[in-house]
Design a protein around this ligand. Structure first.
Ligand code: PLP
Length: 456
């Protein structure tokens, strides 16, 4: 067995990490995570860490669920792999497609499988182009996305995302993708300064979409893509007025709506799908992460009947797919995972019990001298750090207060994500009230240490 130092040295020598500054990593030393159970993981030094991020928003049923492991082992033994290209299928992929159609909102009967959320969003782009081409409207090419969105890391998915730092590396976005503003709370603060309440601000943010459509020419727009609640952008919960207006605008100009459910899907917001929480009616839905609770990679697109009918009845061959589309082992794990979510009644628990409890407990942090605001939706939440909580005055970005807080969390046995100065939690959906209390206690401790350091 290797020591932690040996793992760190081998890691530094060979492993290029995603979204990581390797110089900074080398100076601090990488943390080696060796096992997990429930909502906790352990590192190679034996420290227990409460994983308030569910890995990367994905381990919805928590770590160490034997039903998922057994499903994978059974499928690997029986048939580890077969494809769906050669006019062939596998019972397990069919069963999962059937199950997802049953769980999806009305009007979704078909699914296209991928390995990841990024590939699923690439698939969306190809699907909407194909759809409009088949309808004889090839001039409908532009896909509108939102600033501050995250939709993945391939060229197309990173272009759909609205992260300036990602766009700056490599000349993104690719042509045909444009962005509009979204109801971010800082913009809302600006709105409030102009006398807008939350609902008026939500309508204004939706109006930015309509303005963009009109500026481009409605007949050139293929689709609008958005997360029901922006996740990686900092858990931006929109005002209640926003989504109904967006839906009205998409309907009015006959624009396809893509709901990116990679984070919000499978119970995170207290419904099976985030669009059900915010009240939108998408034509396409991207999913990944929670479909297998991250135990194995799987993603896909739920294809609503409006698009599916055109593709199937007029389409001929859709020249698109992946070696692992409908991978039997991934599908078997997904089926076991969805069965467990149902058995444990997790979606209702998030909606009626743990989600409201998290909101209540996080609200107790409002008295902390570093906390400007708290926002949550189901089991995804953000704690906004502020230099001046009463006025909401932000920290100078050079302060890197979020990263400092993240470090104090980790040192105190808690994983939280920092998005600028927003601290994020999105714990496994199996978390209990007592565990939420423990988690919020650890958050307060990390805030105290961050404050001490800021004052020193
Ligand atoms: N879409 C959203 C909303 C996401 O949060 C993510 C990943 O965090 C993706 C897409 C990309 O998924 P993946 O990392 O599986 O490619």
């Amino acid at each position: 067995r290797r020591t932690t130092r040996e793992w760190q040295a081998a890691d530094a020598a060979h492993f290029l990490h995603p979204f990581t500054d390797h110089q900074a990593l080398a100076s601090r030393g990488v943390r080696v995570i060796t096992r997990g159970e429930g909502i906790y993981v352990w590192d190679s030094e034996g420290h227990r860490i409460l994983d308030a991020m569910s890995g990367l928003w994905c381990v919805n049923v928590g770590y160490g669920q034997p039903a998922l492991v057994e499903a994978a082992a059974r499928q690997m033994t029986q048939l580890p792999y077969y494809n769906a290209f050669f006019q062939t299928t596998t019972p397990v992929a069919v069963a999962l497609a059937e199950k997802l159609a049953a769980l999806a909102p009305e009007g979704f009967q078909h699914v296209f499988f991928t390995n990841s959320g990024s590939e699923a969003n690439d698939t969306n782009l190809r699907l909407v182009r194909r759809y409009w081409d088949l309808l004889g409207q090839p001039e409908r090419r532009v896909v509108i996305s939102r600033e501050n969105a995250y939709h993945g890391s391939t060229l197309a998915a990173a272009s759909l995302g609205g992260m300036p730092d990602m766009h700056a590396q490599g000349g993104l976005p690719i042509p045909g993708i444009v962005h509009v503003g979204q109801p971010h709370q800082w913009a809302h603060r600006d709105g409030a300064a102009r006398g807008l309440d939350a609902d008026a601000f939500g309508r204004l943010a939706a109006q930015w979409l309509e303005d963009k459509i009109l500026a481009l020419g409605p007949k050139t727009v293929a689709a609008f893509i958005a997360e029901p609640v922006q996740g990686a952008g900092g858990v931006i919960v929109p005002p209640a007025s926003y989504w109904p207006e967006v839906q009205r605008i998409c309907d009015r100009y006959d624009i396809l709506l893509i709901s990116d459910e990679v984070i919000c899907g499978f119970g995170r917001t207290g419904r099976w799908w985030g669009c059900e929480t915010v009240g939108s009616r998408p034509d396409l839905m991207t999913f990944a992460k929670g479909v297998t609770s991250g135990y194995v990679p799987l993603g896909g697109v739920m294809v609503g009947e409006r698009v599916a009918r055109v593709l199937i009845e007029r389409g001929g061959e859709f020249e698109h797919g992946f070696t692992y589309s409908g991978h039997p082992v991934a599908c078997a794990v997904a089926l076991a995972n969805l069965a467990l979510i149902e058995e444990l009644d997790l979606v209702r628990r998030v909606r009626e019990d743990t989600g409201p409890w998290l909101a209540e407990r996080l609200a107790t942090l409002r008295d902390h001298p570093l906390v400007g605001d708290v926002q949550s939706c189901g089991l995804m939440a953000a704690v906004q750090l502020a230099r001046e909580p009463r006025t909401g005055a932000a920290f100078d970005p050079a302060h890197a207060v979020g990263m400092a807080c993240r470090r104090h969390c980790f040192d105190g046995g808690l994983v939280m994500r920092a998005v600028g100065d927003r601290m994020i939690v999105a714990p496994p959906l199996v978390i209990t009230r007592a565990e939420i209390d423990e988690m919020v206690g650890l958050v307060r401790q990390a805030l105290d240490r961050t404050l001490e350091e800021a004052r020193a």
